[in-house]
Ligand binder design. Structure first.
Ligand SMILES: *Cc1c(COP(=O)(O)O)cnc(C)c1O
Length: 378
């Protein structure tokens, strides 16, 4: 596997991928699919921090033949690593890069009518999915513009193989959100009816993770599942509506660099943010915010697990390292493993714990685990 670096694996700070958990999630999500629908996993943003090549290779091996990414560079990276099947670019590709679409056999999203006209000038038929805006007001040609969308189907150099919309309130079962989501689905369906009446039958899709879990009755040819595939939902509360158990795929670990004792009154780290009230034993950990550990976990807001016990973060997290309090954990040594996200002994720090402490969703937390972490299999 080209993206594995065995000599440096588990040396400083790393991500461990649990492919058994990934396989479990795939089978759970398969079981939720409406009839005629298949998974089109979303591996954008380096597969939400997990490592898009490793994840897509595993998915390819388990028979998955369609992927979504956000950018043309992400798609090219997958192809360069041998990923086969359809790769749909969900976002904007600059006209200067249109030739890459052909070169790497990629499917581009038509983000609106004007963009379709630009794509149509490439000079060779190019596979596209049309994004339809049904109320999110992000990407997409408006569902109201049947005529324009029909014209896109007639453009000579576009091969429209799919059409999709994005549900933007499908994560909430509040009645207001349900009404909105039902409307989005109805708008999309009315457009589809028009297209069918004109003899066009592209593969239609609207379900993302929450769509699949909450609205599988909408059907479609694909479910564009991201976060759920990685074994978490965006928010902890949403677990209560999740019909299937999902297992987290990613753990983050780092080495203890050194341990030391400090006396009451001494400081730790930048800005005198921490002053010891009593004598303390500390461990320096070889991971920092440049690796994706949110800096807002500083100063005791977060902790790590060492030998199954909690070690609170002391002072400000630095770019490449951070300090934790090990006064209550015996026998910690240089080279020991600290768990930043994942299990240690009977304890676990979940993506929900960290996201909640930082006022964000797990999607942001996970996708920020950066390029410097080595990705390895559990
Ligand atoms: C990111 C994205 C998805 C995946 O969303 P999840 O909530 O992670 O499942 C699906 N569709 C589009 C258009 C997206 O941008």
């Amino acid at each position: 596997m080209t993206s594995m670096v065995p000599f440096f694996e588990k040396s400083r700070a790393w991500i461990e991928l649990d492919m058994t958990a990934l396989q479990h999630n795939i089978s759970m999500l398969y079981a939720q699919l409406p009839k005629g629908c298949t998974l089109m996993p979303v591996v954008k943003a380096n597969a939400y921090g997990h490592g898009s090549v490793l994840i897509a290779q595993e998915l390819n091996r388990s028979g998955i033949r369609a992927f979504c990414v956000a950018t043309v560079a992400e798609a090219v990276e997958l192809r360069e690593h041998g990923i086969t099947g359809e790769i749909l670019i969900l976002g904007y590709t600059h006209p200067q890069q249109f030739d890459l679409l052909l070169q790497y056999n990629l499917t581009q999203t038509v983000i609106n009518y004007e963009y379709a006209q630009m794509l149509n000038t490439i000079g060779q038929p190019i596979p596209v999915h049309i994004a339809v805006d049904t109320g999110m007001n992000r990407l997409g040609e408006s569902w109201k513009h049947y005529d324009r969308i029909l014209t896109i189907f007639q453009m000579h150099n576009l091969r429209v193989t799919g059409i999709f919309t994005h549900l933007c309130a499908d994560d909430s079962m509040k009645s207001e959100s349900q009404t909105f989501t039902q409307k989005q689905a109805a708008f999309f369906q009315s457009l589809m009816n028009q297209l069918h009446a004109h003899g066009y039958f592209p593969k239609a899709h609207s379900l993302d993770s929450y769509g699949l879990l909450n609205y599988s009755q909408f059907g479609g040819a694909y479910a564009r599942v991201g976060i759920a595939l990685y074994g978490v939902l965006s928010n902890y509360e949403d677990l209560s509506i999740c019909p299937v158990p999902l297992y987290p795929v990613l753990s983050v670990k780092a080495r203890v660099v050194l341990t030391k004792e400090i006396h009451a009154g001494e400081n730790v780290g930048y800005g005198l943010a921490y002053t010891a009230k009593q004598d303390k034993r500390l461990a320096l950990i070889a991971i920092g915010y440049a690796d994706g550990v949110p800096r807002c976990l500083s100063c005791g807001n977060g902790d790590v697990l060492i030998n199954g016990q909690s070690a609170p973060i002391v002072g400000q997290i630095c770019m490449d390292q951070m300090t934790v309090d090990i006064s209550n954990i015996p026998n910690v040594h240089s080279g020991d493993i600290a768990v930043i996200l994942g299990k240690s002994g009977n304890r676990e720090i979940t993506a929900y714990d960290l996201a909640e402490k930082c006022g964000t969703i797990t999607n942001e937390l996970l996708s920020r685990f950066g390029s410097r972490l080595i990705r390895t299999l559990k």
